[in-house]
Design a protein around this ligand. Structure first.
Ligand SMILES: *Cc1c(COP(=O)(O)O)cnc(C)c1O
Length: 392
């Protein structure tokens, strides 16, 4: 019966079998699970056997998340942060002397993990042009164990042709891993485009209220055993309180995403017309170089995008940021409130250059009235222009 996503978000993951009366599942706390007999203690197929392996609250969340990633999701694991979902997914398939291809626009902490932990493990990492598409075949080697994607990149917003890349990767037997934090499965279902392991920072849109950290790994049947074994071996678990918050966030995910989308497009459209702005990096805008790819594969856009300002000395960016009233200055995104961050372009790329000389800022457009947000940005751009004139 629960076929449409809005209905699933309202009805699944409610533990109706364990407590039929209240609408929401309780926060089930527990490490130890007691068994009625020695036989059941030693049995391998109880529903619950130890808190680290899951409680009714975390299982409720997993079951709803698995539905969202679609029928190709063989299983879902929760991790204590988005970054731990990234690193667990990668560790689950990489062995010493393997080769890993990573998109050059990748989330910076993933790059740090590659350059430290994976390097120490003897894994060779090659970063590739985010717009390479099937040209990736020239970089694939017999030792290539996985290709890592993030589309769009959460700092510079290039999109990848996931299907074309997955086809090439699978030809040499490599896994495809994709970070789907920006779109969530409501706007893009990676497993249906050839991805084997899809991860999300649930911290962002799923939790949605800037009050908990969590990661999600969804794997297809080919990758599931590897992911499951690594997740167990690392001893990862999430608190039932955070699982409850993520479940609560999911109930309004579709509504919030649609509002983030509308608000972000309104603000992005306005920014494109401002003389202080050199470029707006939003795949949902027709001016974006990957707009056609976004239209082909995605059913919506979220609330995060980049803005390149006209080249100017650093104090001009300071003048813009330091007087913002509604935009908080801080990392992360996906909460109900708007945020602005400054992206440091130094060391951002190693395979493809980032040649824009202007300051790169990233905006998360929250659920506030977009007119108020535009007024805040408009005042910011006036301060920016005034500082630029002084500097000239
Ligand atoms: C935030 C983020 C992560 C990491 O999530 P945390 O919960 O902060 O560890 C990973 N990937 C992307 C694209 C992100 O935006």
């Amino acid at each position: 019966m629960t076929t449409k996503v809005s209905t699933k978000l309202g009805h699944l993951g409610r533990c109706r079998d364990l407590q039929p009366s209240f609408v929401n599942p309780p926060v089930w706390r527990g490490s130890t699970v007691l068994f009625p007999s020695l036989r059941s203690l030693l049995s391998k197929d109880q529903d619950y056997n130890y808190g680290r392996h899951g409680t009714p609250t975390t299982r409720a969340l997993e079951s709803l998340l698995k539905e969202l990633d679609g029928p190709l999701a063989h299983g879902v694991h929760l991790t204590p942060s988005g970054l731990s979902a990234v690193t667990t997914a990668v560790l689950s398939v990489m062995r010493p002397n393997d080769h890993l291809l990573v998109v050059d626009s990748v989330y910076q902490p993933m790059r740090a993990f590659c350059d430290t932990v994976l390097a120490r493990m003897g894994v060779e990492v090659t970063y590739f042009d985010p717009r390479l598409s099937s040209g990736i075949r020239n970089l694939l080697r017999p030792q290539t164990k996985a290709v890592y994607l993030e589309t769009p990149g959460s700092q510079t917003f290039e999109m990848q042709d996931v299907q074309a890349i997955a086809e090439e990767a699978h030809r040499v037997g490599a896994f495809v891993i994709a970070d789907n934090t920006w779109a969530t499965p409501l706007f893009f279902r990676p497993l249906e485009h050839g991805v084997d392991i899809a991860i999300q920072a649930a911290t962002k849109y799923i939790v949605g209220h800037s009050d908990a950290l969590m990661g999600v790994i969804a794997a297809n049947s080919r990758a599931w055993t590897a992911v499951h074994d690594m997740h167990s071996a690392l001893g990862l678990s999430v608190s039932p309180d955070d699982a409850y918050l993520a479940l609560r966030g999911l109930r309004t995910l579709e509504l919030r995403l649609k509002q983030h989308e509308r608000n972000a497009l309104t603000v992005a459209d306005w920014l494109e017309k401002q003389p202080a702005v050199a470029q707006v990096l939003h795949p949902g805008l027709p001016s974006h170089p990957d707009h056609a790819l976004w239209r082909r594969d995605f059913s919506g856009s979220s609330g995060v995008f980049g803005v390149v300002l006209r080249p100017s000395p650093f104090p001009c960016a300071e003048a813009l940021f330091d007087g913002l009233q509604l935009f908080g200055m801080g990392f992360s995104f996906g909460g109900y409130e708007s945020l602005a961050t400054y992206v440091t372009t130094e060391g951002l790329r190693t395979a493809t250059p980032w040649s824009d000389k202007g300051h790169l800022i990233r905006l998360q457009i929250g659920l506030e009235d977009p007119e108020d947000l535009i007024a805040d940005l408009s005042a910011g751009l006036e301060r920016f222009e005034a500082a630029r004139e002084c500097a000239a």
